[in-house]
Design a protein around this ligand. Structure first.
Ligand code: GCU
Length: 696
């Protein structure tokens, strides 16, 4: 597909500025390649350069091993670079380049503009072909943004080791919590043979540094359970081949009961010899098909999925049997911590779902094999618009940990509302756990630097499907883009990422960029203000999770309650009088959350049950805050549409209309949220709005 919708941030639009055009044309006209790495990833890097040169500059690049003129891009690995530097003899920058190349990780790259005798060229050196690929995408980003290359001096390495995407795609083509059409991987119970779209997806992911993907839903159904069998492995291997070219390793979500369901055994007990052998043989078979297979992603004993509890074993027993099978091949087990009682009686006030991950996993610290990683959702509940960071981060000092975000907007407007999530993710990454004293932010726990973990990183649930624009809402592309850029370097700011995405996606017209960034940056606070207040969460239509239904989950078995009555609202999670959840944090945070005075306003109802008359730090009462934020949020949602309308004629008609329609729907729907929430609380509390606005 050739549409602007489809090309997302890889538009490679024509460079219009005449001076830049001349410079870039000279450079990209000749791509000089090194000889050390001549693999598929290197080929993909060269192909990407050629594709971009063709559309940005109308150029057919010449690929050679020696320069054909005085201006060129020279790409290769560290070994290539050393040869080149030696041949060229010492020049002004060689010492500093050598310094940059020292210890460059396999995924890192160095980009330099070099002026040497008559030559002026760009040197792009990767720690391996993967580093080259990332460097190529970086260089193309600079060109697309119109950056002057003179004096270019960049050295980048990713902060996180595993930078992963989880697809929640099912073999029947549906996507759990997918809001952008059906799966690009599966159709009618089969793995697709149409690989072109998967290749474009791989390009998009590699362009932002993603290096691993699990291609099937964590809820592994019947057909997907058989992905690990000789019958279906050739199909899986085909998909792995596409991702391999872009430096992305493939993982599968597996069914813990597979030894029974496909192996014909009578048990899946992880300590049973037959089961252990079955996993070993099965894993050996997988590696015969996919030698660089990443490993298994596992949801066990969670929301009715099978797991070790059936056999009275714990999660360490469960994970270790898989780890043992993967170990000889260098594979890993990613074991999810999303484990809680989903059959709770709402009358039972002592059970608190938020406590569950910590209660289940903390006692197992040190018991997992070293090729097991625990994948922890960012918050203790489930991807709400606001939650505190999970207290599990940093508490398991002898266990590999990774973080799980959700890019797909399950609880944040389902890609019908705009909700740019990078600022939310940044808050989680910047949260100081105090695990190792002050300054032990979540980002330093999951990048493995604090506790020297063997494996670590970040995963997120994808938001793409086969809609032409991939993400349903065109502006939701920014979340996929932003996720990759942020986890490559968590120090990037949300604003810079938004701006970069806007430039690559819509071009360099400053008015367009300004408006798009404005919309993105306001969107999360706006969404928060017209939905569930003060982090109490939920209040959504059960099952679908779109639209207000305040008591939808209040008397259900899911453990997701707000406890609103005529006097107040919120969940008492204090140690003194509540569920004790607050005490799961390290002392500094436990104390902050325990006290109403020091608990931040925005998390107040997550930790405390408070009367409507309680005064917030802002000076408003809880009830007035609810009214004010809902009136303001619905109004601001309307303003988003107004801001976008200024771009008519400045953004191509297809994308303009598509976004316009979604923003219309959002404005209307925000109004609905506003009235439902305000009316509910007015009727419950009997307290009128101080500003006398209409509440029904
Ligand atoms: C949420 C989501 C489910 C999903 C689950 C998970 O509860 O609604 O669809 O399966 O998370 O993360 O496993």
């Amino acid at each position: 597909m050739e549409s602007t919708l489809y090309k997302a941030w890889l538009q490679y639009s024509e460079v219009k500025n005449p001076a830049s055009r001349v410079t870039y044309t000279k450079l990209l006209g000749n791509v000089v390649v090194g000889v050390e790495a001549t693999d598929d990833v290197m080929d993909a890097a060269i192909e990407e350069l050629a594709l971009a040169s063709a559309t940005m500059l109308g150029l057919t690049s010449q690929v050679t091993t020696e320069p054909t003129g005085a201006s060129y891009v020279r790409i290769g690995t560290v070994t290539d670079a050393m040869d080149w530097l030696e041949l060229a003899g010492d020049h002004e920058s060689s010492a500093s380049i050598k310094q940059d190349l020292k210890g460059l990780s396999t995924e890192g790259f160095v980009l330099r503009q070099i002026v040497e005798k008559q030559d002026s060229y760009v040197l792009l050196i990767g720690g391996s072909s993967k580093g080259v690929l990332y460097g190529v995408f970086h260089l193309l980003r600079l060109i697309a943004k119109g950056v002057e290359l003179e004096g270019l001096e960049i050295r980048e390495e990713p902060t996180n080791q595993l930078r992963m995407i989880n697809q929640w795609d099912n073999a029947d083509g549906s996507i759990e919590r997918g809001y952008a059409g059906t799966s690009i991987f599966y159709h009618n119970g089969e793995i697709t043979e149409h690989l072109a779209r998967i290749k474009d997806y791989a390009r998009m992911l590699a362009s932002v540094g993603i290096n691993s993907i699990a291609i099937n839903n964590v809820n592994v159904h019947e057909v997907e359970t058989r992905f690990i069998t000789p019958e279906l492995l050739p199909d899986v291997a085909r998909v792995a081949g596409v991702f391999r070219e872009y430096g992305i390793s493939l993982f599968l979500s597996v069914n813990f009961a597979a030894p029974m369901q496909v192996g014909g055994l009578t048990t899946a007990d992880p300590l049973d010899e037959g089961v252990r052998l079955w996993w070993r043989n099965t894993t050996d078979t997988i590696y015969r098909s996919i030698p660089d297979f990443g490993g298994f992603l596992v949801k066990a004993d969670s929301e009715h999925r099978p797991g070790p509890f059936t056999y009275d074993r714990d999660h360490a027993d469960g994970a270790n049997v898989l780890a043992e099978a993967l170990e000889p091949h260098g594979g890993i087990v990613i074991w999810r911590c999303f484990v809680y009682n989903c059959m709770q009686d709402w009358r039972d006030r002592s059970t608190d779902r938020a406590r569950a991950a910590y209660d289940h996993f903390k006692p197992l610290d040190g018991k997992f094999k070293d090729n097991v990683l625990l994948q922890i959702k960012n918050g203790p509940m489930d991807f709400q618009v606001r939650e505190p960071a999970s207290p599990l981060f940093g508490t398991m000092k002898q266990t590999n940990q990774m973080l799980e975000f959700q890019i797909t907007q399950e609880y944040t407007g389902q890609q019908r509302h705009v909700c740019y999530l990078v600022p939310q993710w940044k808050e989680v990454l910047d949260f100081d756990t105090h695990a190792n004293g002050q300054g032990t932010e979540v980002k330093r726990v999951v990048d493995g630097s604090v506790f020297s973990m063997k494996y670590s990183g970040i995963a997120a649930v994808s938001n793409i499907g086969n809609d032409e624009n991939w993400t349903g809402h065109t502006l939701a592309q920014a979340n996929l883009y932003g996720y990759g850029r942020l986890i490559w370097n968590p120090e990037c700011s949300s604003e810079d990422i938004a701006e970069e995405w806007a430039r690559l996606t819509f071009g360099n017209d400053d008015q367009v960029v300004g408006i798009v960034c404005g919309i993105l940056m306001k969107s999360w606070p706006i969404y928060e203000s017209y939905t569930a207040p003060l982090s109490v969460g939920w209040m959504v239509t059960p099952h679908y999770h779109y639209g207000p239904d305040i008591d939808g989950y209040e008397y259900s078995r899911w453990g997701t309650y707000h406890f609103a009555d005529r006097d107040g609202i919120g969940v008492d999670r204090t140690l003194a009088t509540g569920t004790g959840y607050a005490a799961q944090y390290f002392p500094e945070n436990a104390a902050m959350y325990e006290s109403i005075e020091s608990c931040p306003d925005e998390l107040l109802l997550f930790f405390h049950h408070l009367p409507y008359s309680h005064q917030l730090d802002s000076g408003k009462t809880v009830i007035q805050h609810i009214y004010d934020t809902h009136f303001a949020g619905a109004e601001e949602a309307k303003q988003l549409q107004k801001a976008w309308s200024e771009l008519e004629g400045k953004v191509d008609a297809e994308r303009y209309t598509q976004v316009s329609e979604r923003l219309d729907e959002q404005a209307e729907h925000a109004h609905h949220w506003r009235d439902v929430i305000n009316t509910y609380f007015y009727r419950k509390s009997g307290v009128s709005d101080a500003a006398g606005r209409t509440i029904y």
